[in-house]
Design a protein around this ligand. Structure first.
Ligand code: FES
Ligand code: FES
Length: 178
């Protein structure tokens, strides 16, 4: 593959995209048509982000773009030039699980784990905006995700648990990265 010499790329030409991934400045090459999900996984090596349906239905590929949850399979890699992207790896930057992840562990809120990275990223974003949600609100938030093996009850319990513990500690919501 050859490097592009202008903003207009021909098929097969690549361009370099620079971003801040989980707090670190990174860059990689991509074609204009490359999905952000593939760029994150294959070019940047952050394979914690999973890819299921590739058309915005399952939520497995959810990451944060400038702090807001988004489906990475519905974005192109070139769209994150200069932006901040956080993935599930950023929830445990020093290999220590964050409180949301610990709650999932406590409540057995995952089995195969395929959906989990995306759900964690949606929950992390949601709890920043709605720190004390009702069960109904959590159910509605999770309606954007498909989990094929755990069932949603323990996931809901984990989210409500972490919200309650944060409230009890009068703690600000968990930062996604250090
Ligand atoms: S892989 Fe992106 S929503 Fe399913
Ligand atoms: S834990 Fe297996 S799909 Fe959700």
């Amino acid at each position: 593959m050859s490097k592009a010499s202008s903003n207009t790329l021909r098929q097969g030409e690549t361009q370099r995209v620079a971003l801040t991934l989980n707090g670190r400045v990174r860059s990689g090459l991509c074609e204009t048509r490359d999905l952000l999900s593939d760029f994150i996984r294959h070019e940047l090596g952050a394979t914690g982000t999973h890819v299921g349906c590739e058309h915005g239905v399952c939520g497995a590929c959810t990451v944060h773009i400038d702090g807001v949850a988004a489906r990475s399979c519905l974005m192109l890699a070139v769209q994150v030039q200069g932006r901040r992207v956080d993935t599930v790896e950023g929830l445990a930057p020093d290999q220590t699980l964050g409180d949301l992840q610990q709650a999932f562990q406590r409540h057995h809120a995952l089995q195969c784990g395929f959906c989990t990275a995306g759900i964690l990223m949606s929950c992390a974003d949601y709890l920043q905006r709605v720190p004390d949600p009702t069960e109904e609100q959590v159910r509605e938030m999770l309606s954007g995700h498909l989990c094929r093996c755990t069932g949603y009850t323990p996931i809901i319990a984990a989210v409500l648990d972490v919200a309650a513990r944060r409230k009890q500690r009068n703690e600000s919501p968990e930062a996604v990265h250090a």
